[in-house]
Design a protein around this ligand. Sequence first.
Ligand code: ATP
Ligand code: MG
Length: 216
Amino acid sequence: MGIFITFEGIEGCGKTTQVVLLKGYLEAKGYKVITTREPGGTELGEKIRQILLNSNSENITSWTEIFLYEACRAQIVKEIIKPALEHGRIVICDRYIDSTTAYQGYGKGLDLESVHRINSLASQGITPDLTFAIDLKPEVGLKRAWARINNIKTTEREDRFEREGIEFHKQVREGYLKMAEKEPERIKVVDGDRDIDSIHREICGIVAKKLETAKG
Ligand SMILES: Nc1ncnc2c1ncn2[C@@H]1O[C@H](COP(=O)(O)OP(=O)(O)OP(=O)(O)O)[C@@H](O)[C@H]1O
Ligand SMILES: [Mg+2]
């Protein structure tokens, strides 16, 4: 079996940036790496992503939302993540089950037990070996995220969550920190309020250690 690594954290904390850098680091070491993202990652999933992240979907209910996320997840696990792990690849996913727990559970207040249950069903119980929760104040993350969104010249903006109030994002952040406290072996909190390279080096150190233990 391969190794499954996920990146988590609020909007603009630096997930996608670090996914790209980690992929480069691992490939330079000779590993076969597959990167993907949630929601999305498959043809069907990318269609659902548009519904989920577009601000035209404002009247979506929390339960509709969660089932759409889980539909995406069922597809990406079956089509991409599970086969790649079975082929011994390192799979890096930009957001995964912990996003649902943080946003729909801690953020929107759906009961955590139900969230865990449907997460587990859609993911076929495939839990990451290692998860980086990049921690950042929402004020800083949202500023970065908006700067990026405003640079995209399209009407199909993925900005529904950025439009949520600051209190929502604070709850999401707190949720991630609580989850990391509960599962310290898997979820590593990394301070995102530093330069990109320092964060990258810390992440590489943790991944290198994980790869060592996986070998032995
Ligand atoms: N450590 C950092 N310091 C300053 N700027 C950063 C840092 N990391 C990323 N950025 C910049 O902030 C913006 C958001 O970063 P990125 O897209 O990696 O975040 P994200 O967590 O993937 O966001 P989203 O949840 O919206 O996908 C980008 O323009 C990126 O270049
Ligand atoms: Mg991103």
